[in-house]
Design a protein around this ligand. Sequence first.
Ligand code: ARG
Length: 562
Amino acid sequence: MDYRKIIIDSIQSNLYDKQVLSELIAAPKDAGMGDFCIPCFKLAKEMRKSPAVIAEELASAVKTGGILEEVKAVAGFVNFRFDKARFAQQVLNDAIQAGENYGKNDEGKGKTVCIDYSSVNIAKPFHMGHLLNTALGGAIYRIYKALGYEVVGINHLGDWGTQFGKLIVAYKRWGDREDIEKRGVRGLVDIYVKFHKEEETCPELSDEARSWFKAIEDGNEEALELFEYFKRITLKEVSRIYDRLHISFDSYAGESFYNDKMQPVLDELSDKGLLETSNGAKVVKFQDDTMPPCLLQRSDGATLYATRDMAAAFYRKKTYDFDKCLYVVAYQQNLHFQQIFKVLEMMGCQWHKDMIHVAHGMVSLESGSMSTRGGNVVFLEDVLNTAVAKAKAVIEEKNPMLEGKELIAEQVGVGAVLFGVLYNSRIKDMVFSFDKVLNFEGETGPYVQYTYARCNSLFEKCGDIGEEIDYSGLDNEECRAIVGLIEKYPEIIKESAKKYEPSVVTRYVVDLSQAFNKFYFEHKVKGEAEGIKNARLLLTKATGQVVASALSLLGIETPQKM
Ligand code: ARG
């Protein structure tokens, strides 16, 4: 049912652009005001009338009838009210009938979106900094899938650079294969940290590292073998984490993949007269120096991060013919992406406008900052393990007889971490706190998961939904608020996709959970007359289904019991 269309069709006036009106339709802040409203404030300027006058005009042009029961102008808003019982009946039945597919659509059919996310660095720890990035990318991936897009998840591995020369030196001097097999990236990080300490008193180590890196570039067998070994160790560890976060990728083409794909780009830039030489290096300069030049080749011939991203952009366009290519990367790299996108524009690539840097903030732990070189690193795996242990402790305290509590603790602990970092708008920096994300009473993953389990428990208490349904059982403020929220879910998915903002979903599912819990505490289900009980069970079923669906978009599981 398209309720927005019903509203627009009811307005018998051509004074206002129906498309504009349609975009203004919203849910009233206070559910008591109606089911939908049109705020008239944005129209005031163009129409040269006050919002109150516009609202009056619009309201008097509305023809009620059918499901649309009442319209009222109040302080610059036009409020629409539907026949309560019919509205509830339609919304809930639509949702339940569509099942898992409720809220999804096919607006993206035939379109491809590439998402570059997580993009971890080989032989470096998967630390807290990658968490938000990975969580965001995974959520945006699923959200676009839900809208019918063909989505390509790309892990642009950081698998190139002089640090691999250093690592080879470190490994040959101090590496212990057995230890590295056992401790994985931690073992690699330890010798890498040692390299930097030793380098201070033993500068020839730097030269050695440089020549080993050169050996990798030249395809020396021993060097390549070690390089691949470091990569294998890292990916093994990283995939363990991806599994726990329910993340997967369609491509692991990282920086080294572009080794042989950069020269054609440099040539084209040079043919187009865009490549300039500056102190022996090759750069692209921007008009009026709006940005610092984009460095694409060092004077010793070495290519850079930006060169690889240029090659990757062309490769992706050619391979996937994307409609959009998203880069989920921290805002520290704002300038880098502005430069890349601008260079593409200067090269005449129309598709430069389809390149989007989905920037995000930093996550730090309460205990402070981190750096790989200094060895002061918080491994994400430890964070997940701590969260799971804490979730387990809560379960042991509150519900020690719970069946399958190991698995549930994993779902709650990991879910809490994901939900916690996806709760704020992505651009904000955040300080991660275990107590906050695991608070069962806060705006958290566990709170929402608990609401889902509560929906299930109502069915355990009351049995299935019977035949006789009396929708007047939903005629109260609490139930109406839930119906309104459930109706909004498809719009929520669209909005979060449009803004590349999973927090739209996170916030929504908290609102829905709060609305449900309010209903749960203020109204009975069991013990009510049969028809009323059934109507409320229907509401419960639709709520549980939407909560589970929203959480699954965020990569979070929903245990049946908690
Ligand atoms: N590996 C990089 C980092 O950890 C992120 C790569 C992002 N993607 C890209 N195409 N530049 O900072």
